[in-house]
Design a protein around this ligand. Structure first.
Ligand code: ADP
Ligand code: TRP
Length: 322
């Protein structure tokens, strides 16, 4: 039987080129070899987002982005977490078999405490809800960034504990699947991240996109000097978008001299325009029809709830609730 790959996307910002190369593109490729379930984790976003219009808008941004990037809702189960309330029932069962100490060791909660913040209980409980997202769907692998590894390992521990207490085969043990794509640098040369203001938004175009490309940090060699492409932020982004031949050609031009960083930035701009223009058009059309997006997500949720109920029936019988 085909294994299941499931992941959640927190709707907190419009995805950037780093999100696409590090998360969206690899997750979509998995749909060729796995049964895939991808969902928008809106209740996870509620630990931080306080603006209802922004939250709703980001859900539609993320839905339109994934569909524009090629997610086929006939092949991939695609839904909004809040449309599947069964996840909360499972999260309670999981909370009841989890030691509070395990949650106190959660990275996000620990970091907040270390920084002297007063995190809400949602931040503390976050890994339990995430484990329920995963375990409800008999997930085998969870494609995620390295920062989420601990959460998936915790979900696995919880599944093993449920099986130990209530019988083997009650829940499937999931594994993290960390993307092998190298980290995409931002315009300042450090990891592209929404919190750093160094991103290239996925569907930026024209003048703004060119300006962002021109703002990428480079060396200060003169036009004539030969330049090493390898390891520069500009080339690291270029390489992940362009073909191998195009990358080799750009590397050779820089190495030969008489080819400035400005020319290389122009090449990056062109490859981004070329790769993302068709997706940008699809995104614009999809995003203009929020009701259409909601309908796609609602269809996914119907299907997801069927699977979720089967898991809960099994669990209710074994825990003695039914
Ligand atoms: P951000 O760092 O902008 O807050 P998130 O933490 O929301 O991004 O990450 C969402 C997904 O995108 C994760 O799977 C993460 O590994 C991936 N990702 C984020 N930034 C990058 C990057 N610069 N390079 C590669 N992948 C990234
Ligand atoms: N915590 C994940 C993040 O911050 C989002 C998420 C919620 C998730 N539930 C999930 C990821 C289940 C994978 C599986 O990016």
């Amino acid at each position: 039987m085909m294994k299941t790959s499931l992941t959640g996307i927190k709707p907190t910002h419009i995805p950037h080129v780093g999100n696409y190369l590090g998360a969206i593109r690899p997750a979509l490729r998995l749909s060729e070899t796995y049964r895939t379930a991808y969902f928008i984790a809106d209740y996870h976003a509620l630990t931080t987002v306080r603006d209802p219009a922004a939250l709703r808008g980001h859900v539609h941004d993320v839905a339109a982005t994934w569909l524009a990037c090629g997610l086929d809702p006939d092949k991939t189960l695609f839904y909004r977490q809040s449309d599947v309330p069964e996840v909360f029932e499972l999260s309670w069962v999981l909370a009841c078999i989890t030691a509070t100490g395990q949650l106190e060791r959660g990275v996000a909660y620990k970091d907040a405490i270390a920084k002297g913040e007063a995190p809400n209980a949602g931040v503390f409980y976050y890994p339990v809800l995430m484990a329920a997202d995963i375990l409800l769907f008999d997930t085998d692998v969870v494609p995620i960034g390295a920062d989420q590894r601990q959460h998936v390992e915790l979900a696995r521990d919880m599944a093993a504990r449920v099986n130990h207490l209530f019988g083997e085969g009650t829940l499937v043990l999931p594994e993290p699947l960390i993307t092998e794509a190298p980290l995409v640098p931002g315009t300042d040369g450090t990891k592209m991240s929404k919190s750093k203001g160094n991103t290239i938004p996925l569907f930026e175009s024209g003048k703004k996109l060119r300006k962002l490309c021109l703002s990428i940090v480079t060396g200060s060699e003169t036009l004539e000097e030969p330049k090493k492409a390898e390891g520069t932020p500009l080339f690291e982004i270029y390489r992940q978008l362009a073909t191998a031949d195009e990358s080799a050609a750009l590397e050779a031009k820089l190495a030969a001299g008489n080819f400035g960083w400005g020319h290389a930035k122009e090449a990056l701009y062109e490859v981004i325009e070329r790769d993302f223009a068709p997706m940008r058009e699809r995104f614009t059309a999809l995003r203009a029809d929020p009701a259409g997006l909601d309908a796609v997500l609602a269809r996914g949720a119907d299907q997801a709830r069927g699977i979720a109920r089967a898991t809960l029936d099994r669990l209710r019988a074994r825990t003695g609730i039914r």
